[in-house]
Design a protein around this ligand. Sequence first.
Ligand SMILES: Nc1ncnc2c1ncn2[C@@H]1O[C@H](COP(=O)(O)OP(=O)(O)OP(=O)(O)O)[C@@H](O)[C@H]1O
Ligand SMILES: [Mg+2]
Length: 387
Amino acid sequence: MAEQQANNIVIEATGLTKIFKDFWGRPKARAVNGIDFTIKQGQVFGLLGPNGSGKSTTVKMILGLLYPSRGVLKVFGEEPQNVDMKSRIGYLPEETYLYRYLTAMETLDFFGALFGQSPEMRKERSEQLLNMVGLSHAYNRPVGEFSKGMARRIGLAQALVNDPDLIILDEPTSGLDPIGCREVKDVIRLLASRGKTVILCSHLLADVQDVCDELIVLYGGKIRASGALKDILSVKDQTRMICPSLDEKTVEDLKKWLESRGVKADENLSIDHPIRDLEDFFLEVVNQARAQSVATAGAQAGGEVPEYLADKSNAVLDALRQAAPSKEQPKEEEKPAAPVIDQAKLEKLETVKEQKPVEPQQPTEDEARKAERERANNALNNLLNKK
Ligand SMILES: Nc1ncnc2c1ncn2[C@@H]1O[C@H](COP(=O)(O)OP(=O)(O)OP(=O)(O)O)[C@@H](O)[C@H]1O
Ligand SMILES: [Mg+2]
């Protein structure tokens, strides 16, 4: 174990095979067929493949829920069935299995209790996690009432209750709106930057591309492609140069110069404006809408300000949501989570409240975004440090 940890290897699979058998013991499905892979600490590792290619079976073997038929699988240098090691793993299953009648808060409290956490720690973590996934307004609602996206969010919070070193996420962004997707991806990157290892199974390739360092592509239980994302996706026989916008004359001169160097303009040369990421564009549009609605709400409904500010002052990653309240938010007013604001925060809140009517200058959107991200990072760092 010590040797494996020294190499920072979290998972090592060699010749890993799973054959499902029928009632008579005859092979029914060769779900995983002799695969080798290594996952290192701090990596975000993508497990890709079409339906039925063996992703979930691989994950279940890593979790010790299924025994491999052949091959060797080590997780933190141990057999996956090792009970002590389970407390180091967080798992968001393909389908979120929750107790319908427990509230969001009770759900997280329940999972915290399974890990033997004290009531104080459970309360604190549950509140922080609910904030992180943007569900603090729904802390008291039974999870059976949650929409699909809300269920994914509480599932993600549940997977992080034990501050795991290895987090396995099976389709974490399925059912989430674009804002939720971005938040989950930000959380994944943040966790990786804290030295956590993340395994991500997803059919949403854009999400995988955004967060994964390495990946394998399974087909028929075998690895068909693998490697570091940047190596797999970089087009080695082309060069791209990004520069400030050029006028037509300069483009023409540039083409001539390139032709003089043997680059044929018609076949190999393309000079145009880069295309933006649709996700960035979407978030920018929603952010603009939010900025406008905040100004209007401030003038009309002062009563909402404390809740909004209190939310922000307590947020872990709530601040990563740069956009309007999610569509899943209930229409009826809900009480905020049980009081968690300490005196210092209250004072801060009061100061902000007092200043608001006479404050002539609002921070620019970029500044606010940066500050909120910083607050969110600090809050998550606090959460992760309090193991
Ligand atoms: N308990 C089981 N009994 C028999 N066969 C199974 C069992 N679980 C999975 N399989 C088979 O193993 C193969 C791989 O299934 P798996 O669930 O690992 O696929 P997957 O890559 O996760 O697919 P999806 O993208 O649909 O989630 C499939 O042919 C499936 O029918
Ligand atoms: Mg699956």
